[in-house]
Design a protein. Structure first.
Length: 243
């Protein structure tokens, strides 16, 4: 025998039938009108005996009103997206109306070594190191192809320390750069030209020698520095040669 209490539609149907039987029996046993509270007490008592919660039974019998049905959630207000800005409302960008004139790449080689850097920079870069040939025309055996000026700052009492700078016009720039790369130089674009540099030890001395090549347009510059670090030497030469 199934001892589980009825649920769902079966429970509703049973409660309605019980309500009808209770009311009919109450009318037969007590023909005179009774207060409603007594009849409600009888019904609630029967529901309690059956082990049904007072609230569930009251709702099922219609004596306790069912909770109000929740109002549907308001539909979200749809806001139309702003119109996509047109070109007329876009920020105005100032565009050049003319093509800027490129900087001149044809360098002007100074006439002497003192004019190789600005006068205000000369003492800072070279200090009191003697200039061997102020005119820069004594090339000796170290001349390079197309060389037009060679300046050497070297103290006769020092073995290798000093600075030498050469300027000229390249006869074959691609071949010149290839030779530098084959010798271990690192090359890159810089200041509108090609910059190549290599640092080695000045054997047998424990000091460094750095050689820098810079080619721009029809002019090249070579800077050799041994135990003579500088700051902004190439930039100072660029200012004099290319403006």
């Amino acid at each position: 025998m199934n001892t589980e209490p009825p649920t769902g539609d079966d429970l509703q149907q049973m409660l309605v039938t019980m309500k009808q039987h209770v009311l009919t029996r109450a009318e037969l046993d007590h023909p005179t009108p009774r207060r409603r509270g007594r009849r409600a007490g009888i019904v609630i008592g029967i529901i309690a005996v059956l082990g049904i919660g007072a609230t569930s039974g009251g709702v099922a019998l219609g004596m306790i009103p069912q909770p109000f049905t929740a109002a549907p959630a308001p539909s979200p207000t749809m806001t139309e997206p702003p119109e996509t800005p047109t070109r007329s409302s876009a920020p105005v960008v100032n565009e050049p109306t003319t093509t800027p004139t490129p900087e001149s790449s044809a360098g002007v080689i100074p006439s002497d070594c003192h004019s190789l850097v600005p006068a205000s920079e000369y003492g800072r870069l070279f200090g009191g190191t003697p200039l061997q040939d102020p005119a820069g025309t004594d090339f000796g055996n170290g001349s390079l192809p197309g060389q037009a000026l060679w300046c050497i700052w070297h103290d006769p009492g020092a073995d290798v320390s000093g600075i030498d700078i050469s300027l000229g016009t390249p006869t074959d720039q691609p071949a010149m750069e290839q030779r530098l790369v084959d010798s271990g130089y690192a090359c890159s674009d810089r200041d509108g030209g090609r910059f190549c540099q290599l640092t080695t030890m000045a054997d047998p001395y424990p000091v460094e020698t750095t050689v820098t090549y810079f080619v721009r347009g029809s002019t090249w510059v070579r800077i050799g520095q041994t135990n003579a670090p500088t700051n902004g030497l190439l930039a100072a030469i660029e200012q004099q040669v290319w403006g």
